[in-house]
Design a protein around this ligand. Structure first.
Ligand SMILES: [Cu+2]
Length: 137
């Protein structure tokens, strides 16, 4: 009986230890090395982030890989760039892919519009989109 009680207590302590390990893991969980943002320029004169919408939110202190693809197989487009975020403008030939890396800091919190920098056709002036930088939460 004595051993049974000791065994039970040891088991209980082991369970509590494991719960504590799982619990204490979440607040200190490291940020991912980088987050991929897929940005597509389309034949319909749109910018689309990650399959939906023309805006993307970044948080400060996080690194992002912005992969810009021109899925328009007929016309070139261009990413106008966001100098305030250190993102250069790039020319995107039909089917072209370019990756830009950015890690916003606290002084860069804000909304940054960008556009198409290549006269691509009748919808060119509609090719507007934004990146928003928010404080790390
Ligand atoms: Cu254009």
């Amino acid at each position: 009986m004595k051993y049974l009680v000791r065994g039970f207590i040891a088991g209980l302590l082991a369970v509590l230890f494991l719960i504590n390990c799982v619990d204490s893991k979440s607040p200190t969980e490291p940020l991912p090395d980088f987050i991929v943002a897929d940005l597509v320029a389309t034949h319909d004169f749109e910018w689309i982030f990650n399959g939906a919408g023309n805006s993307f939110q970044m948080r400060t202190g996080q690194s992002y890989e912005v992969r810009i693809t021109n899925t328009d197989m007929h016309d070139a487009h261009g990413f106008s760039g966001i100098p305030a975020l250190g993102m250069n403008g790039v020319y995107l030939p039909p089917g072209g892919v370019v990756t830009l890396v950015v890690m916003p800091t606290a002084v860069q919190v804000g909304i940054y519009p960008f556009s198409c920098s290549v006269e691509c056709g009748e919808g060119h002036s509609r090719m507007l989109a934004t990146i928003q930088v928010v404080q790390e939460f």
